[in-house]
Design a protein around this ligand. Structure first.
Ligand SMILES: [Zn+2]
Length: 102
């Protein structure tokens, strides 16, 4: 099986790059799909805070609390990052039929 740079991620504990697991790959695919809806990504980021108890994930009056940043926030952040990367790449590529920059 070939390993491409996109099939690995940084592992801060090991200080090196490690292969992406199947679950991580599915999480990334979900983030890519979510990136198709930037308005939803922005709404998720507003509703799922950075610190404290996540009010977006915790039911009012509920006994279980979810500490922020929650998995939904991580997913929205990944979607936003990947969307910005795609937009940047598209902005840098010349349009079809357009002359390359001098
Ligand atoms: Zn949340």
């Amino acid at each position: 099986m070939n390993t491409f740079s996109s099939d690995t991620r940084d592992d801060p504990r090991a200080g090196t790059r490690v292969p992406v697991t199947r679950n991580e790959r599915e999480f990334i695919r979900l983030a890519d799909a979510l990136g198709e809806w930037p308005t939803l990504v922005a709404r998720l980021l507003r509703g799922h805070g950075e610190v404290g108890v996540c009010s977006g994930c915790t039911m009012p009056g509920g006994r279980n609390t979810i500490t922020a940043p929650c998995p939904v926030r991580y997913l929205a952040l990944l979607a936003q990052t990947r969307l910005e990367r795609v937009r940047w790449r598209e902005a840098m590529l010349p349009a079809v039929g357009e002359a390359p920059p001098p």
